[in-house]
Each structure stands twice: as structure tokens, then as C-alpha cells.
Design a protein around this ligand. Sequence first.
Ligand code: ATP
Ligand code: MG
Ligand code: MG
Ligand code: MG
Length: 471
Amino acid sequence: NYLNSDEIREKFLSFFESKGHKRLPSASLIPNDPQLLFTVAGMVPFKPIFWGKVEPTYTRVTTCQKCIRTNDIENVGRTPRHHTFFEMLGNFSFGDYFKEEAIEWAWEFLTKELNMNSEKLWVSVYETDDDAFNIWKNKINIPENKILRFGKDDNWWGPAGPTGPCGPCSEIYYDTGHVENCPDPDNCTPACDCGRFVEIWNIVFTEFYADEEGNLSPLPRKNIDTGAGFERICAVVQGKYDNFKSDLFKEIIEEIEKTFNVKFGQDKETDVSIKVIADHARAISFLISEGILPSNEGRGYVLRRLIRRAVRHGALLNAEGPFMRNILEAVIEKMGKTYPELIEKQELIKKITYIEEEKFFETLEKGVERLNKIIETLDNTKVLPGSIAFELYDTYGFPLDITKEILEEKGIMVDEDEFNQLMDTQREMARYASGSVEYDKTKSIYKEVIKRINQTEFIGYEMLESVQEVK
Ligand code: ATP
Ligand code: MG
Ligand code: MG
Ligand code: MG
């Protein structure tokens, strides 16, 4: 009898429509913006409007935006609420309403539309933002001790990329009441990172433009940019502590349980692998549906890393060969109604993933053996030479984050500087040898797959090249 995820998404968008917002579809995961690899937030497609470079057609807009964040890759599976792919709900004002309405409507949506218990909600404002503080205190009537003032690290948002719109922000947190990981439960607040408080919504007062040096100048208009984590809101509404227990992941995780004959929620390390596979299956599906193919550079390399990490966790659950097909089907089944591009590209998604899985299964085991041998010889400085990490990359196809993950479990670090130097040298040599950054044999294989599937409406080679080469 809880609202399901489709109902929550719809409620959000229609709530903001009722407040005069134009509902727009999600933009692409590939931003029209050379500064960014991926769309990392709902505001990204609107950067030129905030900036004052483009006039808005609508001054109030609401969206549910597909996002990819690679900075959270190592959190995935280890926290209950970080994903690589996630959806961000947002409402935007381009020089229209400002702090007061943005705060009031966020509160109204959470407490009236979703019936969240207001006693469980805490908020934060930027340390010097008395306006926002007073709105929370006097208009919303939140007790003062639940309005925290945070500095730049938490309550200043943006710019997304090296330059662009940014500003102070105000965030809303939900108290899950889980104190089991808290070192100091009596004094636990959203400033504590024990996981008791979930950050669900960020309301950004986009007033400034930051240049390369970080100097701020006022934007032509004052704007609102909000981002609410959809998976987190679904979990809270459905009474779950863990996003992966919301209905968004139910069928996907059931398929993983079936594939490996395991049960979710019984063993900590198994759960990490289940969550990584569930998360990455969604990200992989969406990336391929947007025309990204595995490669050694840029977006394609993010995709390759995600597939290889999924394979590694599959191997931890005893897989010996490709296993993703049914799991990808569960993703497409669950999300295809909202995102028809998944259905259109389903054959491509499954084939491309299969080829990558198969290739990595050929070298994964040998690479792990090699790494374990080296680990035995390490002295107690506990640092793996960068040259070994590079060998694992070059010979066994190990992305650095897989090597790091295996080592982390044993308290060992990698000499990343040396690794990066070797990577740079290799790139230089490849450029010299072939006249291109890309020296990747798989590219022709994937082109062949696309031809065979005969996706005439597919973006075509030209797009393929440019997508791969953007960094
Ligand atoms: P966190 O501190 O939890 O990493 P954040 O402060 O980096 O989140 P924002 O940039 O403020 O996140 O993004 C707005 C909202 O998007 C967050 O309040 C959160 O609800 C959601 N969100 C951010 N990153 C993720 C992620 N990796 N997975 C799922 N939801 C996310
Ligand atoms: Mg974050
Ligand atoms: Mg945060
Ligand atoms: Mg935040």
C-alpha cells in the first residue's frame, strides 16, 4: 500500500505542473557541453539558460533527469544510497521565483503529497545564508536545532564542470533512525556520516557564475535549481533504509538472486556484489541505449569499466562466463515504459554487453592470480607498484578501480602516480603509431554488431566516432 516508484515520479512532475511548471522530458546522458562527460544533475541541460546565453522558453520547468556520476563508483554497493546511474527529480526557475517558493514547495511536496513525517526532516543552509535560515524557521516552522549551517563543502553547489553557474544551497535530510553505525548516537545530526540521515533534496540558489579561477560574478537573473534523488525518495516513502530494497530494484535483484542462486540481505559481501551488479546493469543499459560503446577512452571507457566491474562481482558470486543477459532484460522490463530507448536498443544492449563480458572472463582469473602472487611478495609498506597495476591493465584488462578494490580489501594502496605516467606514455605511443588516440581493436567488432542488428535508426558511425573521442 505504499506509492510505487512510477507513482512517485508522476506525483512530483504533476505537483510542479500544478505550480505553473512546464514538464520536459529527460535530456540525454551525453550533455551538449564539451566540459562534461555525462549529465551529472538535472540542471546540466539548462546551463546555457542559467548562464544567460540562451533565453528560456519557459521560466518554470520540471523534469526527471537521467544522470550518471562516476565519482560515486566506489560508494556503490558500500553505501545504501549511491548509484552510478540514477534519476534526479527537479524543479527550475529561470529568473522567476526564488528562495521562498522553492523551499515552501519542496516542503509541501514531501509532507503533503508524500506524507513524510515532518518530525523526521532536518535541513541545512549555507553558513551565511540568513534568508534561507529564516524561511525554514519562520515560514516552515522547523525548530532551530534542526536547521544546520554548513560550509562550502556541503552547501555550495556547482559549477558542474570547470566553469559555470553555481550558488549557495539548502538541503533536506530524512532521519531513518538507524544508529547502529553511529559512533555518537546521542549527538547524531546530518553532519554525521554514519548513514542515519539520508540527503534527499538539494535546493540551489543559482545566483553566481564561477570562472576558471573560481571568481564569482552575479548571473543576469536569480534562479532556482533543485535536485531530489529519486531512488532515495522512493526508499524513504516505501519505508526502506536501503535504496536497493525499493521497488525500483526488486525485479532486477530477484533476477540476480536467480542467476547466482543467492539471497539478498543475508551476507554482507554477497550484498555488495548484488548491488554492484544491479546498479551497473542499469548504467550499462542506459549508456548503450544512448549509442556509447565500450572503448579505452572517455565515455566508452566508463562503460567498459562498469561492465568489467560487474563481471568481477559476478565472478565473486561464482560465475564462470557471461551472465548479464537476463539481468539486463529485467532492467529493460522495469524501466522501458518510462525510457523507451531501452526497448528500442534492447538487442544492442544485450549483444554489446555479452561480447565485453566474454572478453573479460578470458583474462580475469589469470589477472587475479597474478595480483595475488605479487601481493604475497609485498613488504609491509603495503604499496603496489604502479607498474604492476599497469601490467594488470595492459595484459589482463583490469581497470585501475578493480585493482584498487581487490587491494582495498587487504589494506594495500597503489602507486597511482606511477600508473598514470605509464598510461600517459602508452597513449603517446599509440598516438604516434596510429595517428589516433584510439588504438582499440574492439571498435571494428562493435561496428560489425551494429550492422548486423541492422539498426538503421541507430546514430551511425559519425556519431560513434565523435562520442568516443570526447573526453
Ligand atoms: P551525497 O552527499 O549523498 O553524495 P551529493 O551532495 O553529492 O549527495 P547533490 O549534488 O546535492 O548530491 O545532488 C542532488 C541530489 O541527488 C542529492 O541530494 C541526492 O538525493 C541525489 N544523489 C546525488 N548523488 C547520488 C548518487 N550517486 N546516487 C543516488 N542519488 C544521488
Ligand atoms: Mg556526492
Ligand atoms: Mg551531499
Ligand atoms: Mg548535496
